[in-house]
Design a binder for this molecule. Structure first.
Ligand code: ATP
Ligand code: MG
Length: 504
């Protein structure tokens, strides 16, 4: 490893109106080094990356690559100088195949017409192979499962051959096995002598990769050192890591005798030829908390979308005594089934407050005010950001808003699809406590889809395991641990998922 930094940042500062999102941040990254950047949601991590990439202009500070000052340059110039970013959210082109995406990334802007060059073709295939995309090379992004879309973003970054690589939350929404495959790619960046800046809330994966870790809070520097040193830091523990998620207190296992409010019988869904759900039967009793666990592409989102009336299915879904077949999504929502989708579906141009008000428009004033007050206690950041446009919220803040908006609707049956995506550990703990309280104080029924077993088990009364479009197991959380083991989902080898997640 060379001692001269490849990327050198000093005094970096960015203000958005009155908010100082990044304040006087500085660090060096040498070639062949990975610097992990951690901090709670909204602490300024993505903003640091956008400033380095030139997507946002710094108010102050210096950004040098190989001793050349780049602060204030436009993004294309910074890219040409050897800086690349892997965004958390892919915005793929719809008409290009996976391979064409990689080819485009291989070529400088002016050379797109050379895309037919056999060398480019060969190189693009090599990269597809390296990231594990060879089996879907000729497909369009819209048909790909989540993990493959992430792989494609990684492939594009590799194709551009940057010396400085900024990777924003590569592990979010990935299973342990998928995260390991991504870690391998990032280790590859290090071995090739690139300088890597890595942000992720998966503390375990990040700590295993990073040579050094820098922690931020509210835009400011908190600590820097080895992963171990930083994780032991008092402030980092308090504002970021939080405590362990405690399992709910349960008496002896009682079998609920409440009536089912949701009954799914022999439900099947096909996307073209791909079977997304295969004779799935399950039920949820009144007041119950049911977790459906399963890998990416197992069919969780499809199941929820069928219940919410967003995809067509065979079989029967009953809500109370009502058959939901043929009802519109809006009518189902009015009946009290509210889904908080994985994709968040916020109104990006509206403010935080407007998004929440839309959720609660049907409530009487007093009830709406009380609900809002409770949600602001749950997610204080949303209270202070009421006037902020939803699209400019940080990743985790958007997730909190999506959950809050769903709760604002006061659902009878709340469906949460991967609510932990992109949330800092401390927020998970907070959300976990809120669920607990909600169950104690309201008659709400919850159906949760998760691959994060640590979050899915502690609250659940009952668990279903969904694997390759089928329910393969049902039981209590304690039986789950005995029979499946906590490592269950992690032990399943990462196979390319068969089915694209439903996007409606
Ligand atoms: N254009 C903007 N206008 C106003 N505020 C903004 C804008 N962009 C970002 N912010 C705010 O700046 C803060 C830092 O955001 P940033 O996206 O950098 O956080 P983060 O550390 O990446 O968080 P997360 O872990 O949730 O992704 C957030 O509170 C965010 O709401
Ligand atoms: Mg972010």
């Amino acid at each position: 490893m060379s001692d001269t930094p490849l990327l050198s940042v000093r005094g970096l500062t960015k203000r958005f109106g009155g908010l100082v999102a990044v304040k006087d941040i500085g660090f060096d990254i040498r070639p062949g080094e990975i610097l992990g950047l951690i901090g709670p949601n909204g602490s300024g991590k993505s903003t640091v990356m956008k400033l380095i990439m030139g997507i946002e202009r710094p108010n102050a500070g210096s950004i040098k690559v190989d001793d050349v000052e780049m602060a204030g340059w436009p993004p294309h110039r910074i890219a040409r100088a050897g800086v690349g970013i892997v965004f958390q959210h892919s915005r793929p082109l719809h008409r290009q195949t996976v391979l064409e995406h990689i080819k485009l990334a291989l070529l400088p802007d002016s050379l797109v017409k050379l895309a037919a060059d056999p060398h480019v073709n060969r190189r693009a295939r090599e990269i597809a192979e390296r990231v594990g995309l060879s089996h879907v090379m000729h497909r369009h992004p819209a048909t790909l499962p989540f993990a493959d879309l992430r792989r494609m973003e990684m492939a594009k970054a590799i194709a551009r051959d940057p010396r400085v690589v900024l990777v924003d939350e590569p592990f979010a929404g990935l299973t342990a096995a998928e995260s390991e495959a991504f870690s391998e790619l990032i280790r590859g960046f290090r071995a090739e002598g690139r300088a890597v800046l890595l942000v992720d809330h998966n503390v375990k994966s990040l700590a295993a990769l990073a040579d050094r870790v820098l922690a931020m809070y509210l835009g400011e520097y908190v600590a820097e050192g080895t992963a171990d040193e930083v994780m032991r830091n008092e402030t980092v523990r308090r504002v970021y890591l939080g405590g362990k998620i405690e399992a709910r207190e349960r008496g002896a296992e009682v079998v609920s005798d409440k009536p089912s409010i949701l009954q799914v019988e022999n439900v099947g869904v096909l996307y073209g030829k791909a079977r997304a759900l295969d004779s799935v039967s399950m039920h949820v009793r009144e007041g119950e908390f049911v977790s459906v666990v399963g890998l990416n592409g197992a069919g969780k989102t499809t199941l929820f979308n069928a219940i919410s009336g967003l995809v067509a299915y065979q079989g029967t879904i009953r809500y109370g005594s009502r058959d939901l077949k043929g009802m519109s999504g809006a009518a189902i929502a009015r009946g009290g089934i509210v889904q908080c989708p994985e994709t968040r579906e916020l109104f990006g141009d509206m403010t935080v407050r407007e998004n929440l008000d839309l959720g609660g428009y049907h409530l009487p004033d007093k009830m709406r005010a009380d609900q809002l007050k409770w949600l602001f206690e749950l997610f204080p950041i949303l209270e202070s950001r009421q006037a902020q446009t939803a699209r400019t919220l940080s990743g985790g803040e958007q997730q909190m808003l999506a959950i809050a908006r769903a709760l604002m609707m006061q659902p009878k049956l709340l469906i949460l699809d991967e609510p932990t995506l992109g949330l800092a550990p401390v927020i998970l703990e907070q959300l976990s406590k809120a669920m607990e309280l909600m169950q104690k104080t309201t008659p709400i029924t919850v159906l949760l889809g998760e691959q994060n077993v640590t979050f899915a088990l502690p609250h659940a009364d009952r668990v279903y395991v969904l694997e390759h479009a089928r329910i393969v197991w049902e039981g209590s959380p304690s039986r789950f641990e005995k029979e499946m083991g906590r490592g269950f989902l992690e032990a399943v080898p990462s196979e390319p998922a068969q089915v694209a997640q439903a996007k409606v």
